[in-house]
Design a protein around this ligand. Structure first.
Ligand code: FES
Length: 80
């Protein structure tokens, strides 16, 4: 499905670009602007950014293992 009509970019292209950027140890953080540059284009109107952000975060959350948050250790006040 076309997400960015200005640059005719599909959701698949955006996912792949974000995936490639995350796989590169020297790569940049996949922000919308960085993903567009990775694909050799530039944002124009910006109306696709909310969808682009959703796609980037959707993919990154699927790839990272879920971690349970452990409660912060409680500090006990020294009572004298
Ligand atoms: S729709 Fe993506 S920059 Fe305009």
């Amino acid at each position: 499905m076309i997400i960015c009509s200005c640059n005719v970019l599909s959701d698949k292209q955006l996912r792949e670009a974000a995936k490639e950027m995350r796989a590169d140890p020297n790569g940049k953080v996949p922000t919308p602007g960085a993903v567009f540059r990775h694909l050799g284009c530039r944002p124009r109107c910006g109306s696709c950014f909310p969808s682009v952000i959703d796609i980037i975060h959707e993919k990154s959350s699927e790839e990272q293992p879920q971690q349970e948050e452990s409660p912060a250790p409680l500090k006990q006040a020294a009572n004298r």
